[in-house]
Design a protein around this ligand. Structure first.
Ligand SMILES: *Cc1c(COP(=O)(O)O)cnc(C)c1O
Length: 417
């Protein structure tokens, strides 16, 4: 590309990686709704396949030619190039869902007999795959909580008797829905302790909650960044998609497995996400600005016991140290404990008018839900409560609405409790 890479990503989201002259001058990338691509000659087809199958090295400036939409498609390739800019990643793979991104990484880097270390809590779907599918493949799982120190986690690994089988670390920070933080550099250090010359233990970070704007895990030592692109990247509650980013070598493995699982996103999803990326920065900035105001309102309200929001983490605490080091913003996700239990929480949710009662997050509209009985219903109640996912906890994903209207809605709903 002839673009200046020093430009900020938001300046490049409308044009980066797209050549209008290849599409009749169309200013926007068309939807390449096609399963396959015509080769100009048999020799060209042969040469594309040689690259696709790694039978020869790429020539200088050579790009893989278009072959078949399970392997490559312009709507996915351009989208992937644009996503790379936010995390300064070498390569990206887009998937048909966040779950397919997560499970493809786990299937690629784990084999029977291995151990995966993960933070806890993790997204419900991830939790299910870890605890109900991976054991069927003979893969063991070991969880740790936010707040555990490196030596405590190392001790836990030694006690599992499987430390030498550690093959992947998967974390989510901030934890959903409690907003507790995990130190990525600490996890890097653990991964390094169990890596050998030939076999590195990759560290994967699910950055759905904060990315791609407010946390850049690769910078802090992660090998792979994973997204549910359904959330902020898509941002309009109208598409399910996922993405994985990392260096060329690891992404080659991820993309190869994607080719054979066939779980890449389709051209229409690629096009929708490119459209979404054009407004990513303005949407997320506005959502964050609104979330700060909502958090400040909640924290002072007599019917609210406590608010979990990154912008409200107490100074001079270990969490605040991680916050300052790892985050470039406080985000737009918050949760709070209402005075009472499920009854009061439900009264609040049922009284909301502007904010919609739905799971998911990161979209233009504000959404509220009750993690204990909804997104995190799969966790054993004692475990959930130990994690801070109580019957009185409510989660809000703050959208782009007028903030005074949002506050008025929260205030009137709290009044009905
Ligand atoms: C939504 C979500 C997922 C799953 O993504 P889908 O696009 O729904 O498959 C994974 N991780 C986190 C943190 C999520 O919020």
């Amino acid at each position: 590309m002839s673009y200046n890479k020093d430009l900020k990503p938001e300046s490049l989201m409308m044009s980066y990686g797209y050549k209008p002259e290849l599409s009749e001058g169309s200013i926007k990338c068309p939807i390449f709704q096609t399963s396959t691509f015509v080769f100009q000659t048999a020799e060209e087809g042969k040469s594309f396949f040689e690259l696709a199958y790694g039978k020869r090295e790429k020539l200088p400036n050579e790009e893989l030619g278009l072959i078949y939409s399970r392997i490559n498609n312009p709507d996915l390739e351009i989208l992937e190039n644009r996503l790379c800019l936010w995390d300064k990643a070498e390569d990206c793979a887009v998937f048909e869902s966040g779950m397919s991104a997560i499970t493809t990484v786990m299937l690629e880097f784990l084999k029977p007999g291995d151990l995966i270390l993960h933070s806890s809590p993790v997204y419900g779907g991830t939790d299910h795959f870890l605890h109900h599918f991976l054991p069927k493949m003979g893969i063991e799982t070991l969880g740790f909580s936010p707040g555990e120190t490196e030596s405590e986690i190392l001790k836990r690994l030694e006690e599992s008797g499987k430390a030498d089988k550690l093959a992947l670390i998967h974390i989510e920070t901030p934890a959903n829905p409690t907003n507790t933080l995990i130190d990525i550099a600490m996890c890097r250090s653990i991964a390094d302790k169990f890596s050998t010359e030939d076999e590195k233990v990759p560290l994967a970070v699910d950055n759905t909650y904060m990315g791609p704007l407010w946390q850049h895990p690769l910078k802090h030592g992660a090998d792979l960044v994973i997204y549910s692109a359904t959330k902020y990247i898509g941002g309009h509650s109208d598409v399910i998609a996922g993405a994985v980013l990392g260096n060329k070598d690891l992404m080659m493995r991820v993309k190869t497995l994607r080719t054979f699982l066939g779980n890449m996103a389709g051209p229409w999803t690629g096009w929708l996400l490119m459209r979404s990326l054009e407004t990513l920065k303005v949407r997320m900035d506005q959502q964050q600005a609104n979330a700060k105001v909502v958090a400040d309102f909640l924290v002072k309200h007599p019917k609210v016991k406590s608010v979990n929001y990154l912008g409200l983490i107490k100074k001079n605490t270990p969490e605040h140290k991680i916050y300052k080091k790892q985050y470039e913003g406080s985000g737009a996700m918050l949760s709070f404990d209402i005075d009472g239990g499920e009854r009061e929480a439900f009264q609040f949710l049922n009284a909301l008018k502007l904010i919609r009662l739905a799971v998911s997050l990161g979209s233009t509209e504000s959404l509220a839900e009750h993690p204990f009985t909804m997104t995190h219903a799969g966790i054993e109640p004692e475990d959930a409560i130990a994690m801070g996912i109580t019957e009185s906890l409510l989660r809000i994903s703050v959208g782009v609405e007028n903030v005074e209207d949002l506050i008025a809605d929260v205030a009137q709903a709290l009044d009905k409790v």
